[in-house]
Design a binder for this molecule. Structure first.
Ligand code: ZN
Length: 216
């Protein structure tokens, strides 16, 4: 049954499901954003650019309470529509800047992904790229947040790569949602480099760290 909604002409915000009001700002005039201005304003943008093991890394947001909740709705409650919410502020930049890159997504838990029916990082990457590589995987389930420093080092032993040949002579963008210790990304870089891509860069959505230069 279809219930008539007088506001149905207006798209609904992916996060709060309220109508996205077209307020006269340059942003809403240029981009057809699926988020309302109130939700957009809760992303704490940092747009950090630096080096991680001599590789250029870009981090878009601070991992604040809003981001944490949003990521949980997406990954923990399987709200797949939210995949398009995370990069709205940067959609133009990402799709232009990385249009000729293969986006290699950091590995996630296969068992959890089977329950979800989707790979969270690949879903988000699909909001700005159509060339996505999902060959990085974990040989065993591993919850990084529950591990000690030594435990996090062990993650390097359980990440592996398959079909890496497609990365040869390609521009690679390694993508992850959150950077914690950096050991996952470090291992991913190591595996990708075995296939000698033309270039490699890293994009991460959010960081918990307030001392970016020192803590990862
Ligand atoms: Zn909203």
């Amino acid at each position: 049954m279809h219930i008539h909604n007088p506001l149905s002409q207006q798209p609904l915000c992916l996060i709060c499901h309220q109508p996205v009001r077209k307020e006269p700002s340059l942003f809403t005039l240029v981009y057809d954003t699926p988020l309302c201005t109130s939700c957009l304003s809760q992303f704490e943008t940092i747009h950090y650019v630096g080096l991680f093991h001599d590789v250029k890394i870009t981090i878009l947001y601070r991992y604040n309470a809003f981001f944490q909740t949003l990521l949980f709705r997406y990954k923990g409650q399987y709200d797949y529509e939210l995949r398009n919410a995370f990069t709205v502020n940067f959609h133009h930049f990402l799709s232009q800047y990385f249009h000729n890159h293969v986006v290699v997504v950091a590995p996630s838990d296969d068992i959890a992904n089977q329950k979800r029916g989707f790979i969270p990082t690949a879903g988000i990457a699909s909001s700005f790229s159509s060339d996505i590589f999902t060959g990085l995987y974990k040989k065993a389930p591993f919850k990084q947040a529950e591990q000690s420093f030594e435990g996090r080092q062990k993650i390097k032993d359980i990440i592996d790569i398959k079909n890496g040949d497609v990365l040869r002579k390609k521009k690679v963008l390694l993508f992850d949602d959150v950077i914690t210790s950096g050991s996952t990304l470090e291992k991913c870089l190591e595996l990708i480099c075995l296939y000698h891509p033309t270039s490699i860069e890293i994009l991460v959505l959010a960081t918990r760290s307030f001392h970016l230069e020192k803590n990862f």
